[in-house]
Each structure stands twice: as C-alpha cells, then as structure tokens.
Design a protein around this ligand. Sequence first.
Ligand code: NAD
Length: 368
Amino acid sequence: MTYNILILPGDGIGPEIIEETRRLMGWYSANRNLSFSTSQDLVGGCSYEKHGAPATDGMMKKALAADAVLFGSVGGPQWDKLPFDKKPEQGLLRLRKDLGLFANLRPALCFDALKDASSLRPEIVSGLDILIVRELTGGVYFGLPKETTVLADGQKRAVDSQVYTSHEIERIARVAFELARLRGRRVVSAEKSNVMVTGVLWREVVHRVHDAEFPDIQLTDILADNCAMQLVRNPKQFDVIVTDNLFGDILSDEAAQLTGSIGMLPSASLGAKDAHGRQPALYEPIHGSAPDIAGKGLANPIATLLSFGMCLRYSFGRSEDAALLDKAVEQVLAEGYRTGDIMQPGMTKVGTAGMTDAVLKALDKLAA
Ligand code: NAD
C-alpha cells in the first residue's frame, strides 16, 4: 500500500523542519516496508505572495485527496498587517474547516532527559504522558452571533457565543474514549457545568456515550478551572483529557509548558471517518514559524518528526513504527544531543540537520 501525503512546509522554519521529516520518511521507506507518494504545495504567507491567498482551491483539492497532510508552520511579521482573510493563519483555518478536522490531539510527553527543563520540579513531570483531546471546530470560536455593535449611549458591545450540539460532543467524546483504549483507559472530561449550559450538555452527552459504548474506560468529570490547577499540581494523575475548543486551547498550552520546550511537541487533527474508513488528518508541530531563527538551521526538528510519528500511529495504524521513533528520540536526548532551545550545560549542541542525523542513527541502531 502506498500512502498519499501532501506536504505543506509553509513559512519561517517550516521548510527547514519539513525537509528533516522528508529524510525521516526516506528512512521508513527504506527500512520499514512503507511506501509514500508525496506532493508539495504552498500555504500561509508564501501562498499569499504567489497567489494572493493563504490557501488556494488547488491546494485544498490535493489536501482532500491525501491520506494525510504534513504541515510545517505559517506566519511571519511581514504579513502581520494584511487584512484578516489574507493572513497566513487563515490557510490553516481553511484546512481545518474544509477537511472537517474536529478532533485535535496534543500529547504532552516529558522525555526523561529533559525533565530538568520544565518549570516544574523534575519529580512532578518525570514520566509525564498526557493526551489532550480538544474539540476544534465548534464552541465559542465559531458560535453565532459573533459581533460588535454600538449601543445607543455610544458604548461598544462585543459578543462571542459558546454553542455546542450533542452530535459535536458525541463525536469528540468517542475519539477520546477510543484513544484511551490504546493508552491507560482513563478519560477526564473538563467543562464548566457549574456556570454554563453548554457545560451541562457536555457532561450529559459524554456520560451517555461512555455508558453506552465505553463502560470499560474510567470516566471522571472535572471543572476546567480545577483541571488547569491540577495540571500544575499533579499532572501525572491524567491519561486522556477531553474538552471543548476554548478550554482545550488553554489547557493544551499549559500542558505543553510542563514538558520544557515548544520545539518538542507534535499534534494531530482528525476528521470523521467515511464509509471506507478513510479519515482526513493533518499533522503539525505545535510551535509557530519562529521568524527569529528561520533560515539559520537552528530549529529543533523533533516536534515535526514526532508529528510524522503520530501520522504513522493514527493514519497508517503503524504503532510499532511510531514507538520506534519515540524510542530513537529518547535515546538521542539521553546521549546528550541538544538544539539551542533545549540546550543544557555539558550537552552536545547540534543544529536542525544534526539533530535529525542523530535520530536516524539511533533508528538504524534500534532497527538492526
Ligand atoms: P513561535 O512558536 O513561532 O515561537 C516562539 C518561540 O519559540 C520563539 O523564540 C522561537 O524561536 C521558539 N521556537 C519555536 N519553535 C521552535 C523550534 N522548533 N526550535 C527552536 N525554537 C523554537 O511563536 P510566535 O513567535 O508567537 O509566532 C511566530 C509566528 O508563527 C506568528 O506569525 C504566529 O502567528 C505564527 N504561528 C503559527 C502557528 C502555526 O503555523 N500552527 C502556530 C503558532 C504561531
């Protein structure tokens, strides 16, 4: 089977880190009986420069036909003053919307070698392995009305609307429970059912899905504000956290900080499976385009390499191959290789390509 992958390097450090992912894909084709057919296109600021839009219909057509999209990063100060609909980030939002990517998976995993890089004490984060499942296409970022009006007395009044249907909650809950079955079989559902009616519906629907389809999974409710506190108090109590778009945005960034560096964390966004089991999917590092270090060969490629690992696991069902990559990264860090963002005294400083060299060498050794 040949997997059809669309590669979208984007802006800033995007092309540099995606180049390293191509090398990693080359290793997997050569050594693990995997075959990829890739095409590449523009997204974000570079697409605006060439086509006047951050995402084109042509690119979207390729994305819709692909088994998976590998995305680098978009944005940069040169495009900050563009009108809202031309901004690079709109390219990513269009991909999420048109592919129907309603489930955002963000693992927060602390590699043992980096436990001192966290702002929390090493014993609190050592061995941390959380998966945050965030609803991505509903809630307050998309709910209507969403408007600013001028009142009779001249004041301005702005409204965002938190809106959820039971269908939207059901499908994200199902994703979380299914993923929990592949992990520690525990799900914590975070909402604000004490003050929000969407929270009341959220809790009701998550329990209905749980009781009917996933009684083997341990389900616990938590109020989102308490969840934020527990994440810094005792993060290892969590296995899978499922939550809405707004709370997920905040809680997943908080969880990312627990692990030490933004350059280490991958993410996946998944859509609904069709009748043939095909599921739209986009994989990307959680960091942005890092204009301050772009073009210098300094970026940490690990978040993007691990995004490909998530692709192996979730789009291609190759968990063993994904685990091999996790092990290789763990080993490289234990051997002391560090890019600038995770540099510690006494370690070996490498650049973007040097880090990938080390990961490929570790894979060679592990696969031998
Ligand atoms: P950023 O993540 O790009 O950078 C924050 C800091 O982390 C910078 O100091 C950067 O050098 C460092 N950093 C990020 N990734 C790194 C890596 N792989 N290796 C080493 N260091 C790394 O966030 P920002 O500075 O707030 O945003 C820069 C641009 O990226 C903006 O235009 C923003 O809109 C865009 N952005 C894009 C995405 C995306 O494409 N999904 C996400 C966030 C921000």
